[in-house]
Ligand binder design. Structure first.
Ligand code: ARG
Ligand code: MN
Ligand code: MN
Length: 301
């Protein structure tokens, strides 16, 4: 029997990057009708409200390779604890960002329950930078590296010192802006990635079939979906801080959500990088809610 209880957790964090406005993402997604959409599907939905995002001591921050480190640690520690509480009471965590640095806390919290969790990462980027390789200093470019145990010790040791996921348990889908250091990690750590090239060439159906088959082979005990709205083409989701042309289409992304739902594997999800200031009439938040609908079982007939 599939779990029919969802806990919504908002994370109004914009400290993982430098464009203001992404902290309003959780509100924009809620206003787009999230809770009603899920209730209509027969879920019991609890809105846990937002994680408090506290400003750090600006004077103490001088690491240009880890911008706003103190804030990012604080918010992710609080988020990790919240997510752990949600899974403990057997609700499905649905985390709303905020910038993608919040995946550090989500995955830390999940790792308390799931010891062999799979992660499906929809993104134009690989988010596999470390303080050594980052071109920007933005921590939203680092959550996957952090979660496999690479980077600043205070980020990798949130809740516990162990890596939160195994590199081979990651599948990245939609990549088209990968930095040099990230490329290196993908190769040396055997991280699975379907870039836009493979999606064009093989089609989303095949890519998702392979991905889900792979997770079954790994015998994962939980599957987390982390969806950065910049995975989609900016045509559909213009309200993101780091748009990259040539992305996943509206229907391809829905198909992917529908196939994840059909697999019955998914145990948690997060939707990040919605920035209402950069958006057009809440279009990006509307797409996020529509994708969440498909992910949780909406069908066309
Ligand atoms: N979650 C995101 N949108 N990440 C964008 C990262 C961009 C670039 N790779 C960086 O490290 O700065
Ligand atoms: Mn991205
Ligand atoms: Mn991302």
């Amino acid at each position: 029997m599939m779990n029919k209880k969802i806990s919504i957790v908002g994370v109004p964090c914009d400290y993982g990057q430098q464009r203001r406005g992404v902290d309003m993402g959780p509100s924009a997604i809620r206003y787009a009708g999230l809770q009603q959409r899920l209730t209509n599907l027969g879920y019991e939905v609890e809105d846990e409200g937002n994680i408090q995002v506290i400003e750090g001591d600006a004077a103490a921050q001088k690491d240009e390779k880890l911008l706003n480190l103190e804030e990012v640690i604080k918010v992710n520690t609080a988020l990790a604890e919240k997510v752990f509480n949600v899974v403990k009471k057997d609700y499905i965590p649905l985390v709303l960002g905020g910038d993608h640095s919040i995946a550090i806390g989500t995955l830390a919290g999940l790792s308390m329950k799931y010891k062999n969790q799979g992660v499906i990462w929809f993104d134009a980027h690989a988010d596999l930078n470390t303080p050594e390789t980052t071109p920007s200093g933005n921590i939203h470019g680092m959550p996957l590296a952090t979660s496999i145990g690479l980077g600043h010790q205070r980020l990798t040791s949130i809740l516990h010192a162990e890596p939160k996921i195994k590199a081979e348990n990651i599948v990245i889908i939609g990549g088209r802006s990968i930095d040099e250091g990230e490329r290196e990690l993908i190769k040396t750590r055997g991280i699975k990635i379907y870039t836009m090239h493979e999606i064009d060439r093989l089609g989303m159906t095949y890519v998702m079939e392979e991905t889900l088959k792979y997770f079954k082979q790994l015998q994962i005990d939980g599957l987390h979906l982390s969806l950065d709205l910049d995975a989609l083409d900016p045509l559909y989701t213009p309200g993101v801080g780091t748009p990259v042309a040539g992305g996943i289409t509206y229907r391809e992304s829905h198909l992917a959500m529908e196939m994840i739902q059909e697999s019955g594997l998914m145990t948690s999800a997060e939707f990040v990088e919605v920035n209402p200031i950069l958006d057009e009439r809440n279009k990006t938040a509307d797409v996020a809610v529509a994708l969440i609908g498909s992910l949780f079982g909406e069908t066309l007939v």
